[in-house]
Design a protein around this ligand. Structure first.
Ligand code: ADP
Length: 730
């Protein structure tokens, strides 16, 4: 009979750990030892009882060195052999955690082969033992046995082997059961049917043999007939035992099918009991359990399917939410920029950048018909920290043409891709991507458009979409653009009214400034009239000239102030402007002990400006800075830097001078505001500079503190990529 089921599996069940293996090995070896020690005791007592040998002969056998040597060699040899054989099992039992599969399969093999090894040794020992005893009795006790005595001695060995071997073997099986439980093997090592066979065959053999011995001892009579009868009874007992085994195997067969599936997965088909005993009941119970498990399996599978479906839904919902979040963040970024007062040009670049992002377009641009500084402007997309695009010639022209269609349509629309374009702008347009456009309404008037290029999808589908998400997104973006433009308009209106107020101040200021020298002039002119002294006359004429000169200076300043709108715009290099201003002031600064540091970054584009006016602005800023640092005993520094960011250029003039007090910071750009004494400052420098920069569509900012000095920054839009090539000209 073979073991059932598959190979070993690695599992951590049962109790394993230090001491467990050693203890187990000691107990098994102890049982083996008893198997070899008990038979001589039983055997010799039995021989004495049944008068097979005399006391003298038995004593001779016990005291014989030959017999002692045989017994000792056999017992020690067997003990050492089994200790060696079972050592790996014991060490595996000691190990904690998962065991190497190779080790586990070795353990499995050793446990499986153990019964064969044990019985092999034991039966060899019992086959030899009666003959050795007989030999020693003949040689050393002078015994002369008949053939009958010899047979009876063999029978004694049989009896002893069953009485000692069988129970001890079963005890040993229990020990191995413990070990196997600890490893979690899933196979049958010693089938139930084999146990039944052993009991069914050996117990009748024992009874039968004892009876024969008893009969023989009592009658002293033994024939071949008795021996024959003994053998027949024995054969019948073995046959009967085989019958039992067959019957048991029948009742076990449904369960055997379960083991055959290797313990993993459920056997196919129902489990039907084959007997009326406990095994039958067990089979039914297991059958029911398997049925339930199968149902639960199916239920789990169905639930799993449902879960997979809802998981897919969740994933797509999450994607949609993420897209929405990205959109909201984009709108938020634009609004924040508007709220923080970012110049409209920059906000529009931001809107175009985010527009491309939320519409999934390859890029986008905003077209402003009136522009930020009065001329039509195209502003390419710029995201936070991303690339911005200056409006190039052809591209800008293309945007303008598309925008005009949108302006005429007055609503969101799908524009035919690359119409009138010699070459597609991007490979995407070859895939049938479309261009979307939406008008920007400011105060009831269409003033510009947002154009998104390379929006994926076909024209027809997109037209349908126009009622949905696309229209919504375009609507929000264009409203935000309108907001930025309106804010800028509002700001310029505020500035306008501030200017009116400033004119009032200016007139008062001019009147005051001119009044003093003029009073002097009139006074001296009066005195001059009829004064005969030529020396006095000359002195008074000198005074008149000096005072009139002050008036001329004031008027000159006023002229610069008023002329700022007559700008001669042309593409110029801002670095060149800086170099010119520096050339003019360098000598002065050096002689006054001020170090000048100029950092010019490479120029990616040009501004559209009036060179002389911009040089004037820089000269004003440098003059103020030089005055501010003059109060320092040493380490007077002035730094001028240019920097490009997207479609804008920045020029900063930084000094480490006195700084500007917080309370006067908002007033420094006002006309005639000055903190300097008479003759030192007119209070017109910054006001003039402000006007010039604004007229260039730019901005001027100031940051200042008492410790770090002041930094004036001019921001101007880049309008051309090289001289002679302007962004957009109507
Ligand atoms: P002015 O220089 O003739 O006074 P401005 O319009 O150029 O007129 O400057 C106005 C005021 O701003 C100055 O009087 C001064 O108080 C302040 N100011 C300008 N630039 C600086 C600077 N670099 N450091 C400190 N204060 C400055």
């Amino acid at each position: 009979m073979n073991g059932l089921g598959g190979g070993p599996i690695v599992a951590e069940v049962g109790i394993r750990g230090p001491g467990v293996g050693e203890d187990w090995l000691r107990r098994v070896l102890f049982l083996i030892l008893w198997c070899y020690l008990l038979p001589p005791v039983f055997g010799l007592s039995y021989i004495k009882l049944s008068n097979l040998m005399t006391s003298g002969e038995i004593r001779a056998v016990i005291l014989s060195p030959l017999h002692a040597a045989y017994a000792a060699a056999l017992i020690v040899g067997t003990f050492l052999y089994f200790r060696q054989y079972l050592r790996p099992v014991a060490s595996a039992l000691e190990a904690s955690g998962a065991i190497d599969p190779a080790v586990l399969s070795d353990v499995d093999r050793r446990i499986q082969r153990f019964p064969g090894r044990f019985w092999g040794f034991f039966l060899a020992f019992l086959a030899l033992a009666p003959n050795v005893v007989m030999l020693v009795a003949v040689l050393e006790g002078g015994m002369q046995p008949t053939w009958g005595v010899w047979i009876r001695l063999q029978l004694v060995a049989v009896i002893v082997s069953i009485i000692v071997g069988l129970p001890i073997f079963f005890l040993m099986l229990d020990r191995f059961g413990e070990a196997v439980g600890a490893f979690g093997f899933e196979r049958v090592y010693f089938p139930l049917t084999r146990r039944i066979f052993l009991i069914g065959a050996l117990v009748p053999l024992l009874i039968d043999t004892v009876l024969v011995q008893y009969y023989w001892t009592r009658t002293g009579y033994f024939t071949a007939e008795v021996l024959g009868l003994w053998a027949v009874v024995e054969v019948v007992a073995v046959l009967g035992s085989l019958l039992f085994v067959r019957s048991f195997r029948g009742s076990l067969s449904p369960l055997t099918g379960v083991f055959a599936s290797g313990g993993s997965g459920l056997p196919d088909g129902p489990l039907i009991a084959r007997s009326t005993d406990e095994i039958g009941l067990l089979t039914q119970a297991i059958g029911r359990l398997i049925g339930e498990l199968r149902e639960r399996d199916q239920m789990l599978e169905a639930q799993n399917e449902e879960l997979t479906v809802s998981n897919d839904e969740l994933v797509s919902q999450r994607q949609a939410l993420e897209d929405r979040l990205m959109e909201v963040e984009a709108y938020n970024d634009i609004l924040r920029a508007v709220a923080e007062g970012e110049p409209a040009g920059k906000v529009l670049a931001r809107i175009a950048g985010h527009g491309a992002e939320v519409l999934g377009a390859s890029r986008a641009a905003v077209y402003s018909a009136e522009g930020i500084s009065g001329t039509p402007t195209v502003i390419w997309g710029r995201r936070e920290g991303g690339e911005a695009g200056a409006a190039g010639g052809n591209e800008a022209e293309r945007v303008r043409r598309l925008a005009e269609r949108v302006l005429r349509a007055g609503r969101e629309c799908v524009l035919p891709a690359d119409q009138g374009d010699p070459a597609p702008a991007s490979p995407a347009s070859a895939r049938g991507d479309v261009i979307l456009g939406a008008p920007i309404w400011v105060q009831g008037k269409v003033t510009g458009a947002l154009i998104a290029f390379g929006v994926p999808g076909r024209e027809k589908d997109r037209e349908k979409e126009m009622g949905g998400d696309d229209a919504r997104r375009l609507g929000i973006l264009t409203r935000q653009a309108a907001l930025a433009i309106e804010r800028e308009m509002l700001q310029s209106r505020i500035i306008q009214s501030e200017k009116l107020a400033a004119i009032g101040e200016l007139v008062a200021g001019v009147a005051h400034e001119i009044n003093n020298p003029l009073t002097g002039v009139v006074g001296y002119a009066d005195l001059l009239t009829g004064n005969p002294d030529p020396q006095k006359t000359a002195r008074m004429a000198g005074f008149i000239k000096q005072e009139a000169g002050r008036c001329v200076k004031i008027v000159q300043n006023l002229l610069t102030f008023s002329r700022r709108r007559d700008l001669a715009l042309e593409p110029i290099s801002i670095n060149h402007v800086v170099r010119r201003a520096v050339e003019l002031r360098e000598y002065d600064l050096r002689t006054s002990g001020t170090s000048l540091l100029v950092g010019l970054s490479p120029e990616p584009g040009f501004v559209l400006g009036d060179e002389n006016h911009l040089v004037q602005v820089l000269l004003n800023l440098m003059a103020n800075a030089a005055q501010a640092v003059s109060g320092r005993p040493a380490d007077r520094r002035l730094e001028i830097q240019t920097r490009w960011e997207g479609g804008w250029v920045e020029v900063s003039v930084r000094d480490n001078g006195s700084g500007i007090r917080e309370e006067i910071l908002p007033k420094v750009f006002d006309p005639f505001f000055t903190t300097k004494g008479v003759g030192e400052g007119t209070g017109l420098g910054l006001s003039i500079s402000y006007g010039i920069v604004k007229a260039h569509g730019g901005d001027i900012r100031v940051e200042s503190g008492p410790v770090e000095g002041s930094t004036f920054t001019i921001v101007l839009p880049v309008r051309a990529t090289r001289p002679g090539q302007e962004a957009v000209r109507d």
